[in-house]
Design a protein around this ligand. Sequence first.
Ligand code: COA
Length: 166
Amino acid sequence: MSTIPLDIRRLTYADLPQVIAIERRAFPTPWSLAMFVLELSKGDGVCLAARRDEQLVGYVICSRYDDAWHIMNVAVDPARRREGIARSLLGELIARLGEDARITLEVRPTNRPGIALYESFGFLAAGLRARYYQDNGEDALIMWRTPATLTGSLDDVPNPAPPGAS
Ligand SMILES: CC(C)(COP(=O)(O)OP(=O)(O)OC[C@H]1O[C@@H](n2cnc3c(N)ncnc32)[C@H](O)[C@@H]1OP(=O)(O)O)[C@@H](O)C(=O)NCCC(=O)NCCS
């Protein structure tokens, strides 16, 4: 675990070469440069980069859709995992969006690190999106963090259908 402090700031276009280098090692079907450019160009999203010792070590991309925020992408340099970097990024994101913000995301049901990370912030599984991932046809787990999920309920989540419930 490094003792060098983490610096979290808005992600900029100049960060994208370092982002792409992490992205390619983090995902089986990485985002293209154009996808990051599109998200940054939206203007009303919140995109953050974590740096340690001047090196970009992780990022989060979050877009706004109507009254909800959508976490589109989160990744940490594989060499710097389990150092609390994703926890710091999500903590800063939620601080900027506001504690009552309604936030959703999709994650692979097989992604145990990702699901554990989101659950630790009060996200709850609220449904499945069938055959969402094109590389292997895997469903996506839909997760939400809302005022209700923070009390363990899905009452304010649209069309909740948590996996395992009948
Ligand atoms: C998921 C990911 C972003 C976590 O980043 P990280 O910086 O290593 O995570 P942190 O060190 O901040 O961990 C925060 C919490 O997440 C959970 N977690 C992270 N990695 C985990 C793992 N390998 N196994 C189980 N839980 C894990 C734990 O609850 C952890 O808290 P703890 O360390 O106190 O137990 C990182 O593994 C990653 O980039 N994975 C590939 C990309 C990805 O899957 N992104 C999410 C897609 S939706």
